[in-house]
Design a protein around this ligand. Structure first.
Ligand SMILES: Cc1cc2nc3c(=O)[nH]c(=O)nc-3n(C[C@H](O)[C@H](O)[C@H](O)COP(=O)(O)OP(=O)(O)OC[C@H]3O[C@@H](n4cnc5c(N)ncnc54)[C@H](O)[C@@H]3O)c2cc1C
Ligand code: SF4
Length: 349
């Protein structure tokens, strides 16, 4: 077939795109800046995924094996793209290792950056060791060591999970909902209760967005079967009395101040635009939308189009997305590349 297609980013979206293209006999070059493929679920050591319940290392690890094991997929880790010139069907990409490759199109699957909780200092992260993030708890679970207080290794008896940390927060310029953190948190609360049945788990929320079928599987199940407690609250601060962490805020249902002690506080961190996006925008000539994600063009004629002909985008590079949707977008962008090439060939012929 024709020149290879460049896929930038080896997370769920990029792996899905590469595998689809290779299955159709199309060679691809998969460029990943880290030393391993798998994207956030592998790089950050996620535990069991929602909604499948499969361990990330098995589910996404399987995707890595399928894509990287295909003879038509040329994987280049610890590599980025430094320049990308030409036009649809005839681009040249220069890589950070100095190599130059000719490709017919590119799909950006460059994902997101986890919100850095240090940007929300009043909620205790970076000040108190037992204030952690959902990714840290995912790592505790996936490592098999269990959920423990980082200060002294004890089993927490009371855990608070604070939702929307770095999402839906105009004060810090992050107005978007990160889509998946309510569901991930409800699932995490159940996992903590399963491992530590004596531990009380509270979820502090603004609204619960366990969208679609997740309402039954996570929201109601966590309350009815696992006795997770939900508090609709506006959190003011997380402090310490020297022994316990203290979460202070207002219960917005009864409109009263609440102050509750905990052993561990978990920030359900959101999905920021990839910090590389300004540079990716410059190299690939793609526009960013106002929040800083890669802007999608009209999606009724084809999926994953950008403003630049021949450069496509998929997954959480375009905004907060679930893994299932990122995979679907990766496959859809792969199909869009093939469709567009077929259309151009017909025009030329
Ligand atoms: C705590 C947490 C838990 C989550 N759990 C779930 C869950 O259980 N189920 C679910 O559906 N979703 C979950 N998500 C969301 C999930 O992480 C995303 O849906 C998924 O990772 C998106 O896949 P992606 O391929 O678009 O991006 P990513 O996974 O971010 O992959 C992008 C890849 O591109 C690479 N890259 C970035 N920039 C460059 C560059 N300039 N050059 C080359 N390579 C680059 C990155 O290193 C990375 O490997 C969770 C999110 C969080 C924050
Ligand atoms: S999914 Fe839930 S926790 Fe995440 S930003 Fe949206 S409302 Fe907040």
């Amino acid at each position: 077939m024709s020149k290879p297609i460049l896929i930038v980013g080896g997370g769920p979206a990029g792996l899905a795109a590469a595998h689809s293209l290779a299955t159709f006999g199309q060679a691809c070059i998969l460029v990943e800046k880290e030393d391993r493929l798998g994207g956030a679920p592998i790089l950050e050591g996620y535990a069991k995924l929602v909604p499948s319940g499969e361990w990330a290392r098995d589910a996404i690890g399987g995707m890595v094996d399928r894509a990287a094991g295909h003879e038509l997929v040329d994987v280049k880790t610890e590599t980025t793209v430094t320049s990308f010139t030409g036009e649809m069907g005839d681009f040249t990409a220069v890589l950070s290792n100095g190599d130059s490759v000719d490709v017919s199109a590119a799909i950006l699957c460059t994902g997101f950056t986890h919100f850095d909780s240090a940007n929300k200092p009043e909620w205790g992260f970076g000040t108190y060791p037992d204030v952690v993030t959902t990714t840290q708890v995912e790592q505790m679970i996936s490592s098999g060591n269990g959920v423990r207080c980082l200060s002294d290794g004890r089993k927490p008896k009371r855990v608070a999970i604070l939702l929307c940390v770095g999402s839906r927060d105009r004060q810090i310029g992050r107005e978007w909902c990160s889509k998946i953190c309510c569901t991930v948190s409800a699932n995490m609360a159940m996992e903590i209760r399963e491992e530590l049945p004596d531990c009380h788990v509270y979820i502090y929320y603004m609204d619960i967005r366990t969208f679609g079928l997740y309402e039954t599987k996570y929201y109601w199940k966590s309350q009815e079967e696992f006795k997770v407690k939900y508090i609709k609250a506006r959190i003011a601060e997380v402090t310490s009395d020297g022994e316990k962490l203290i979460v202070k805020g207002e219960d917005t249902l009864v409109k009263r101040p609440i102050t509750i002690p905990f052993d561990m506080v978990v920030h359900a961190i959101g999905m920021d635009p990839n910090v590389d996006n300004p540079q990716l925008s410059e190299v690939f000539g793609v526009d960013l939308e106002p929040h800083g994600y890669v802007d999608k063009a009209n999606s009724y004629s084809a999926s994953g189009l950008t403003n630049k002909n021949g450069v496509f985008v998929a997954g959480s590079a375009t905004g907060p997305e679930t893994i299932d949707d990122s995979i679907a977008q990766g496959k859809a962008a792969a199909m869009a590349v093939l469709e567009q090439r077929q259309l151009s060939a017909r025009l030329v012929g």
